[in-house]
Design a protein around this ligand. Structure first.
Ligand code: GDP
Ligand code: IMO
Ligand code: MG
Length: 446
């Protein structure tokens, strides 16, 4: 029996798109709250159930469960326009959101039109050296959060007069900066932007409030919260492959600050991993297979961005990076997703070590010459363990025991290489294609 609160934290341990949305949806029916704590509309979380596909960006992935309260925490870069679009699209499909089931932190920072503009201008200025962002204004929004005087928070949307004054003043300042730095010809229309955001405030006001207090109350009352991560640990602003990262704290360490809860609140940490690796955008990717193998995974896994549609780079499973990410977040269990995708490959490879100039690089714990750091990932050579592949379609399996022996051996090797047990195995897009084991079996106490 652990002394952690009976909460779940679901985070990505690779470079995003690990299948977090599906895992969150599958666990959400056991939770009273599902709370986002990082990122913004750069996230694209997919849920498939009853033949219906939902791609969520800002709205938490608990939304399909009646009785679950979905929370957008203070750590989120909140784009009200995108949120309203998602709310309306969900309503059309029969899922109604209002103050009873969607709460938005007044302390979250608003993505403004100038953030989207700056994201694009900055990326084009970088040319070949660009980060490959999702163009959702994420970096510029968090920069203004740090600068403070040029920030607009979601709570500001509900005071129309103060908002108008603030937006006009910031727009005037930004126009000067963009003209000077990027040669932007058109100044921002501060009046129009102010009116647009006043309208968003009117629409969203009943849902905006003190979500930190709400979640702390839930912790005190023993109501279960699921904290839903965005992105993946290797994209974390502090602990990822900087500068090819996003701009927020996306590991479990980001939960307390990003949701306004105490450090114990994350509870049981579930790290989602793909059975292979994908990355979208620029930056190091040691196990990348920029070849037929990568294309095979891209085709079978439909590896195209949920937010941008960009083809994702694909490669072998990297246990060195995942072990680092799992240690960083104190991961209790792994959720292994897309295990059906590599079927048909003769062999499977797992990267179990790195080398730089002949020296081994890994965790201190395994006696490597050098500790792992994401900063050297652009220079490493991978050491692989090779395992047999499997050809069977595993989409109908309902228990781990039903999987072909080669797939079970692959799971065991991942557990061993990463040093954590696999508590969830996902074998297809659909909600039902999810196998729970260990402490994550429904109804079992942690
Ligand atoms: P997220 O950002 O971590 O929520 O992941 P995305 O939704 O961006 O990408 C995961 C993709 O894989 C989506 O298209 C999911 O529908 C799909 N998916 C999730 N789990 C599985 C699985 O076990 N098998 C297959 N074939 N697809 C899956
Ligand atoms: P989910 O939650 C995959 C990547 C971008 C880019 C870098 C910076 O769906 O897993 P940003 O727009 O955040 O400034 O881009 O981070 N990125 C993601 N990649 N999945 C995501 O979210 C991502 N969110 C950001 O591709 O490389
Ligand atoms: Mg995604």
């Amino acid at each position: 029996m652990s002394n952690k609160p009976d909460n779940y934290t679901v985070i990505g341990l690779q470079w995003g798109d690990e299948g977090k949305g599906k895992v969150v949806d599958a666990l959400a029916e056991r939770c009273r709250y599902v709370a986002r704590f990082c990122g913004g509309a750069n996230a694209g979380h997919t849920i498939v159930t009853n033949g219906q596909k939902y791609a969520l960006h800002l709205i938490p992935s608990g939304v399909l469960h009646a009785g679950t309260v979905n929370v957008i925490g203070n750590g989120v870069a909140f784009n009200p326009r995108r949120a309203i679009e998602e709310i309306d699209a969900l309503a059309e499909r029969g899922t109604k959101l209002g103050p009873d089931n969607l709460r938005i932190s007044s302390a979250s920072h608003c993505v403004m039109p100038w953030h989207m503009l700056q994201d694009t201008l900055s990326e084009s200025r970088l040319g070949e050296g660009k980060i490959g962002t999702t163009a959702q204004g994420i970096g510029p929004c968090y920069s203004d959060k740090a600068i403070r005087s040029t920030a607009v928070r979601t709570g500001d949307l509900v005071d129309a007069d103060a908002l108008r004054a603030k937006v006009r003043s910031i727009a005037a300042e930004k126009s000067k900066v963009y003209a000077a730095v990027y040669g932007a010809e058109e100044p921002l229309d501060g009046d129009a932007i102010a009116e647009e955001y006043v309208e968003y405030g009117r629409r969203l006001a009943p849902m905006i409030g003190n979500t930190g207090a709400l979640l702390r109350g839930a912790v005190a009352a023993g109501e279960r919260i699921l904290f839903e991560g965005g992105q993946g640990s290797m994209l974390d602003v502090d602990h990822g492959t900087f500068p090819f990262v996003t701009s927020s704290s996306v590991t479990a360490c980001g939960v307390p600050t990003g949701a306004g809860v105490p450090p114990q609140a994350p509870g049981r940490v579930i790290g989602v991993i793909k059975a292979y690796t994908s990355r979208v955008g620029a930056g190091p990717f040691p196990t990348e297979q920029d070849n037929e193998m990568g294309q095979y995974l891209r085709d079978r896994g439909n590896e195209y961005g949920t937010t941008t549609g960009r083809p994702r780079r694909c490669g072998w499973f990297d246990a060195v990076a995942v072990r680092y990410a799992a240690e960083l977040s104190g991961v209790d269990e792994l959720a292994l997703s897309l295990l059906d995708v590599p079927a048909g490959l003769d062999e499977m490879k797992i990267c179990v070590g790195y080398r730089i100039d002949g020296r081994s690089v890994g965790d201190l714990s395994d006696g490597a010459d050098e500790a792992f750091s994401p900063d050297t990932m652009d220079r490493v050579e991978c050491e692989y363990e090779t395992l047999p592949g499997w050809s069977e379609d595993i989409g109908q399996c309902r228990r781990v025991e039903d999987l072909p022996e080669a797939a079970r051996a692959y799971i065991r090797h991942i557990e061993q290489a990463v040093g954590r047990p696999v508590g969830v195995v996902s074998i297809g897009k659909d909600r039902r294609q999810t196998i729970f084991r260990g402490s994550l079996v429904a109804g079992e106490a942690t």
